[in-house]
Design a binder for this molecule. Structure first.
Ligand code: ADP
Length: 618
């Protein structure tokens, strides 16, 4: 009952203090993992919209800065050469335009300019440094073709003024137009239709006089139109309108200034590279704007299974004019958010959680086993002490009550027969000796535990010899026949303590008699043997019997204090569980080693191995 109660208390305490908090914390952590995953999944649409916004912002920033930097170009740069401001002198000087010589900015295929009423063939086409390439005639023809398509759309407009109005309405979002003052000579020379140099030279003196006169030049911001040609190829054309005010001074000038005398309208623009606009730019921006789990899909690519897809119409976002909405549909971008990476992250987190949990279970399990073992050890020790107390009490009571009984009978004079009286005196003496031995053992144990004995070199056989007659004493007058001694002489000295050696032999012989009694009625039965022998470099004292033997698992335990094999209630023999413990303590005090072994042919062999005190002789 005590055992069960103590074990239960230990288990309950262990569970309440260690297992329960661990389980609760583990469950909370597990739940948190799941909640985090659910909230990650729930935030996918929001993350996708964020990704769309980031990409669209980056795209707009890029294109707007291109349109703005192009918007800052003065109108007169749209020619192979131009007459720069402040350059009027003794002669007319033309400088090559950057639009005819420089490397075009990323995304621009080429520039163009035409007058409102001019035929398409008169369109000026500029390709920057590309003009020097062999492929230029082909590229020029394609650009001109795009301009023709653009002009076909514009031709429906009735007048340049209406077109101006339309453009400023369309670009209203970005700012409508700007105005700058240009010197008359700059405007006049750059707009002179045929660049009739002879005519211009002739007018040079008159132009110099007009140098300080200013003409207003109004320019709209760039507007982009997106459309497909008959082959289905996409085109994105940026255009602006330049309105040059007329000046009456020019009316009297030679014919080469006819065009500008009453003002003029120019359409200037450039074609955007569709591959850059629709593919390489968004892809390049996606690399920095999107998270690793988000990806811009190719035009016909199927989204990965289980992924969330968000659409991004970059062309509409930019405010491009798309006359046929369906033209832009194939170029709507799609961003896929891969949910599998979230699932994989959950799995890896679950795995690390489970491995930590596994380790915890292992350590808690080990702790539980160790706790049970330690509780079991303490309970065993308590049980042994309990057994000892009850055994000692019993051992004390039996001789005491016998002494008391015989003493009373003798004192009351109830025993008249002299022989009987002598017998009672002997019994009183024997019981007192038993009592004395018991008390001595208990005292001796204390002494041994406190390490109060010092071994000395001595002859083992000589220490045992005086014991022989005492142990051989039988119940009757004859010596007991159940015991034989083999005590050879001339053995080397060993480290011993005489009293301890005698106590060991007495104990072992008494045990053998108690647990392996010799059947004296059977002449074939073997007596108990006490043997001393030299074995290599050690001297062994052995006590051998033919009893039931000691089970293997009990052989080391029997040397523990108060340990007795079996159950106190069912055990037939009396004892304290102290005998072999004393033997072990005494052996240890002499530096000797004691062990219980199985005897060949049945029975037990107790062996005490002594260390030699000196080197054996040659
Ligand atoms: P006690 O004899 O007082 O019970 P011991 O310490 O002398 O205590 O012995 C411990 C246990 O070892 C005994 O209870 C007994 O079961 C067992 N034992 C000792 N000697 C022998 C033996 N010769 N044969 C079988 N069992 C033995």
């Amino acid at each position: 009952m005590v055992q069960l109660g103590t074990k239960r208390t230990a288990l309950v305490l262990y569970c309440v203090l260690l297992v329960l908090p661990t389980v609760v914390l583990g469950a909370l952590q597990w739940r948190q993992l799941r909640l985090d995953h659910d909230s990650d999944i729930a935030s996918i649409p929001r993350d996708a919209q964020d990704a769309v916004r980031r990409l669209s912002d980056a795209y707009k920033k890029n294109l707007t800065s291109l349109l703005e930097s192009e918007g800052g170009r003065p109108f007169f740069e749209y020619g192979q050469t131009y007459f720069p401001p402040g350059a009027i002198g003794a002669d007319l000087v033309f400088v090559p335009s950057p639009l005819a010589t420089d490397k075009p900015p990323m995304g621009i295929l080429g520039w163009f300019q035409y007058r409102w009423h001019e035929s398409p063939e008169a369109t000026e086409i500029l390709g920057g440094s590309g003009q020097q390439l062999e492929s230029w005639p082909q590229a020029r023809a394609e650009l001109l073709n795009s301009v023709v398509l653009l002009r076909q759309m514009e031709d429906r407009e009735s007048s340049p003024r209406e077109y101006w109005q339309r453009l400023t309405q369309l670009t209203g979002r970005h700012g409508t137009w700007h105005e700058e003052g240009q010197e008359i000579p700059v405007v006049a020379v750059n707009l002179s239709e045929e660049k009739d140099v002879a005519c211009l030279r002739e007018a040079l003196p008159a132009l110099r006089d007009l140098e300080s006169q200013i003409i207003q030049v109004k320019t709209t911001v760039f507007h982009v139109r997106f459309f497909l040609d008959v082959t289905g190829a996409p085109h994105a054309m940026a255009t602006r309108m330049v309105a040059v005010g007329g000046h009456r001074e020019l009316r009297n000038m030679p014919s080469c200034f006819q065009v500008v005398k009453g003002g003029d309208f120019l359409i200037q623009g450039f074609e955007l590279d569709p591959l850059w606009l629709l593919d390489s730019l968004p892809n390049a921006l996606a690399l920095t704007a999107l998270d690793p789990s988000q990806r811009l899909l190719e035009q016909n690519e199927a989204p990965p299974p289980g992924s969330h897809v968000e659409n991004l119409d970059l062309l509409s976002e930019m405010g491009f004019e798309i006359p046929h909405r369906e033209d832009a549909d194939p170029y709507v971008k799609r961003i896929a958010i891969d949910q599998r990476s979230l699932d994989a992250r959950l799995r890896s987190r679950e795995l690390s959680f489970l491995s930590v949990a596994g380790m915890l279970v292992l350590s808690l399990g080990t702790g539980l086993v160790l706790l049970f073992r330690s509780v079991q050890r303490d309970l065993d020790s308590a049980r042994r002490t309990e057994n000892f107390v009850s055994a000692v009490t019993h051992e004390l009571r039996t001789p005491l009550s016998a002494i008391k009984l015989y003493g009373e009978m003798l004192a009351e004079g109830w025993v008249s027969d002299d022989n009987k009286r002598m017998e009672y005196y002997r019994r009183i003496l024997r019981e007192s000796t038993r009592l004395e031995t018991l008390v001595e053992r208990v005292l001796h144990k204390g002494q041994l535990t406190r390490n109060e004995l010092e071994p000395e070199p001595g002859d083992l056989v000589r220490a045992i010899e005086p014991l022989v007659p005492l142990l051989e004493v039988g119940e009757g007058p004859d010596p007991a026949r159940d015991l034989t001694f083999e005590l050879p002489t001339g053995l080397p000295l060993v480290m011993l303590h005489t009293e301890c050696v005698r106590s060991i032999v007495t104990n072992l012989v008494e045990n053998a008699r108690k647990y392996a009694p010799v059947d004296l009625a059977n002449p074939a039965s073997e007596p108990i043997r006490v043997r001393v022998a030299l074995f290599e470099r050690e001297v062994r004292l052995e006590v051998l019997d033919r009893g039931p033997g000691i089970p293997l698992e009990e052989r080391s335990r029997i040397f523990q204090a108060f340990y007795r094999i079996g159950n106190e209630q069912t055990r037939a023999s009396k004892g304290t569980g102290l005998g072999l413990h004393l033997v072990a303590l005494q052996a240890e005090a002499m530096g000797a080693k004691v062990e219980a072994l199985e005897r060949e042919g049945g029975g037990t062999l107790f062996r005490v191995t002594f260390e030699l005190a000196e080197e054996p002789g040659p």
